[in-house]
Design a protein around this ligand. Structure first.
Ligand SMILES: Cc1ncc(COP(=O)(O)O)c(C=O)c1O
Length: 412
């Protein structure tokens, strides 16, 4: 069984001196970094730093090798068969923004007209498609969610059709942690000939991902949500489709040749990785993946499941707390959204932070339509776990909430 106390020793932030120990429960926003990741970045700058794919001198070639190996490590980590299927971007948002327009353009050329999103999507997997559709003249549709926050699969089936360019959905909600029936969605969507794009920003850090089993054509995630550095995210893309897409973000490093009348793009992944890439980010991401794999994604998922179910159980004993959804989802991550009835979530978050040193996220979590659909238009308080969180921290959170209720929310 995973021991969060020994894991915490690898994370310098937990030994930072504060009056109260840091209880970090905002892992769905970003995670803390172990010294192995911090050291890998320092080592890169101290020994190997040079631009990539430009200089034919030993340092440049060493940097090339590290950057290309990072593609290989990511490919292996998510079950892709070739390193060329991995493209690096700044984060999930930039990855999706870089392919939404090319995919819509690709589909329109084939006589298709519609992009199917979900009401559960984070804005990062909603706005790029909406803007792309608006620019290019495609239609947008949504798979609606139930009041409890689950994707309405009947609605999905009604909205399938051979006019679909793409079906895109989050593997897991960043608000409720609900894991969607990904394989069923992908297989139904693929049958229509649509490109299947999965936002795995929340799932990839916490569970084993296998792009072949998931049957997706594209899958995006961010390094900073999985112990890696800020500024690096990865996109898996099916090579045959990527070869046909025309990038919207292009420039240095993306072409085979340019004349004043013609642009010949390089092969993937290079044609999508425009400009000088984040090499130290890629190196840091490799260190993060190695760290996670050493502990084991299955162990991590189990640990977080135990924690979130404990928190849900404790909170459901209080009639002054609303938990979203009300009962344990059949499949979920270590994320829980709740509200203290009649109290704005920001107030709860601020008091938890300022008086108890508990870091939670509050508000609409970049998922406004989803919050409106689940009946929480003012937002929620979100606790999200990772491998270094403990049962003791849950106990402290619950006791702090009880104290806040007595001291500050007397009217309830
Ligand atoms: C489901 C989901 N998609 C996309 C994103 C965007 O990630 P990033 O800010 O790293 O681009 C997030 C961030 O919280 C998310 O939760």
């Amino acid at each position: 069984m995973l021991d969060p106390y020994s894991i915490r020793e690898d994370f310098p932030i937990f030994s930072r001196h504060t009056d109260r120990p840091l209880v970090y429960l905002d892992n769905a926003a970003t995670t803390q970094r172990p010294r192995q990741v911090i050291e890998a970045i320092t080592e890169y700058y101290s020994r190997s730093n040079a631009n990539v794919h430009r200089g034919h001198y030993p340092l440049g070639e060493e940097s090339d090798r590290l950057y290309e190996e990072a593609h290989e490590v990511v490919a292996k980590h998510i079950g892709a068969s070739r390193w060329e299927e991995i493209m690096f971007f700044q984060n999930t948002t930039q990855a999706i923004s870089s392919i939404a327009i090319p995919i819509i353009e690709w589909g329109l050329k084939r006589g298709r007209k519609r992009v199917l999103l979900t009401e559960m999507d984070h804005h990062s997997n909603m706005l790029p498609w909406r803007r792309g559709a608006q620019i290019l003249g495609a239609k947008v549709d949504y798979i609606r969610v139930t009041k409890e926050g689950y994707l309405d699969m009947e609605d999905f089936k009604r909205k399938l059709g051979d006019d679909l360019i793409a079906v895109t959905f989050p593997h897991a909600s960043n608000v409720t942690g609900i894991l969607n029936p990904a394989e069923e969605i992908s297989s139904l969507a693929s049958k229509t000939g649509a490109v299947v794009v999965m936002d795995a920003a929340q799932s990839a850090p916490h569970m084993r991902i296998d792009v072949k089993k998931l049957n997706v054509d594209f899958l995006a995630f961010s390094g900073h949500k999985m112990l890696g550095p800020f500024g690096i995210g990865a996109l898996y893309g099916r090579l045959d489709i990527m070869e046909e897409l025309v990038p919207v973000v292009s420039g240095g490093g993306t072409i085979r040749d340019v004349t004043l009348s013609e642009i010949i793009y390089d092969k993937p992944p290079f044609k999508f990785e425009a400009g000088t890439p984040n090499v130290e980010g890629a190196v840091g991401l490799v260190a993060a993946i190695e760290y996670l794999e050493k502990i084991g994604k299955e162990e991590i998922a189990l640990h977080e499941k135990r924690l979130v179910e404990l928190l849900r159980k404790r909170l459901s004993e209080f009639d002054w707390v609303n938990v979203y959804p009300r009962s344990i989802p059949p499949s979920h991550l270590g994320v829980l959204a709740f509200n203290v009835k009649g109290t704005n979530p920001h107030i709860i978050g601020k008091v938890l932070g300022d008086f108890y040193n508990i870091a939670v996220r509050t508000g609409l979590h970049c998922a406004h339509p989803y919050h409106y659909a689940i009946g929480a238009p003012d937002g929620t308080v979100r606790a999200s776990f990772y491998l270094y969180n403990t049962e003791e921290e849950i106990d402290y959170l619950v006791k702090s909430l009880e104290e806040i209720k007595v001291k500050y929310v007397k009217s309830i």
